[in-house]
Design a protein around this ligand. Sequence first.
Ligand SMILES: [Cu+2]
Length: 213
Amino acid sequence: MKGAAGFLAAAWLLIAAAAPALAAPATEEAAKEGMVARYLLQAPDGRILTNTDFPGRLQLITFGYTYCPDVCPTTLASVSQVLKLLGDQAGRVQALFITVDPERDTLAVLHRYTEFFDPRILGLTGSPELVRAAADHFQVSYSKHLEPGQPADRYAVDHTAGLFVLGPDGEYLARFAYTAPPEQVAGRLRALIADLPRSGKPQSPRASPASDR
Ligand SMILES: [Cu+2]
């Protein structure tokens, strides 16, 4: 698993490096009508987390599963690259990987998987019902597929790909196709971070008058 993910991450970086600077494709997508950015799930350290539990920070969310052969490794390698591009500002963003395969993606499995890509990525899971509820809110669909002749636990899970960005109050802000270049995602996040209230420094109306000029 580690080897395969590492290979995919390396392949992805090669592709990204070789891509010529063409016009940016339309990779930021409009929100679907009726989409609600809401979840109630569990992190590997046992914390129960909801979409409002990261006040003052952005959330960069993707749905997937650790046995995913291609899309999820590509997406998480991209998220890792986005965090690197953000540098010091990466602390204003919480990256989250929500499993759509809670039966196999235990807390320990999730933790090992996300840590491989970037220790700052937090895996989230829950009961099948809570995972389904979160996916339904985000209008992410997923379904199991078993190839004939394969053991029952060797199923694949087809799932909606892409990245969601939530704002400082846990509300939906933006959505990207999973093919969005990390530079584009990082650029958009930087602009959103610039609009965040300064953490820990309440904005005083009596700030230095010089700052008004
Ligand atoms: Cu996947």
